[in-house]
Design a protein around this ligand. Structure first.
Ligand code: ZN
Ligand code: ZN
Length: 148
């Protein structure tokens, strides 16, 4: 299991994951571009019960995803780093903003999502799947609902 401890830029928010990550994805949606001020988010999905978060500066912003269900983005109110998201469509998972991991050397993106809104200069790895919008929930488990 990778060493999954991390935190925001100022260190006011820290977290630790005690479970295997389920998925690493690059999200090119417009909201991720806005929130991160970058071309995409690096997201690692982890089981909700396997995550511990500390920090009084943790703040939340809630908006609606493409499905019309809430997406709660948590960030450090002191330094502004996006830290994690709760997505109503995937209630058992938390989506870590993986740039906040202390050790990012093990990250291997397994899919690109929201490719329709990707910046045209982003070079995508064609060896991994790319989805125009959200992938089917439970890729590989036959789900057909969409993520938020
Ligand atoms: Zn901070
Ligand atoms: Zn996104």
């Amino acid at each position: 299991m990778p060493n999954m401890v991390g935190g925001c830029l100022c260190g006011g928010v820290r977290y630790e994951v005690g479970a295997e990550p389920e998925l690493t994805a690059l999200c090119h949606c417009g909201d991720c571009q806005k929130q991160t001020s970058s071309a995409f988010s690096i997201l690692v999905a982890v089981p909700r019960e396997g995550l511990w978060v500390w920090g009084e500066s943790l703040a939340s912003y809630e908006s609606l995803g493409a499905s019309g269900r809430p997406v709660v983005r948590q960030f450090c109110s002191a330094c502004g780093s996006p830290v994690l998201s709760y997505v109503a469509m995937t209630p058992d998972l938390i989506w870590l903003k993986a740039g906040t991991l202390d050790d990012r050397s093990w990250l291997r993106p397994q899919m690109n999502v929201w490719c329709d809104s990707a910046q045209p200069w982003v070079l995508m790895d064609r060896a991994i799947p790319g989805f125009a919008k959200n992938p089917p929930i439970g890729v590989g488990s036959g789900g057909d609902e969409e993520l938020a």
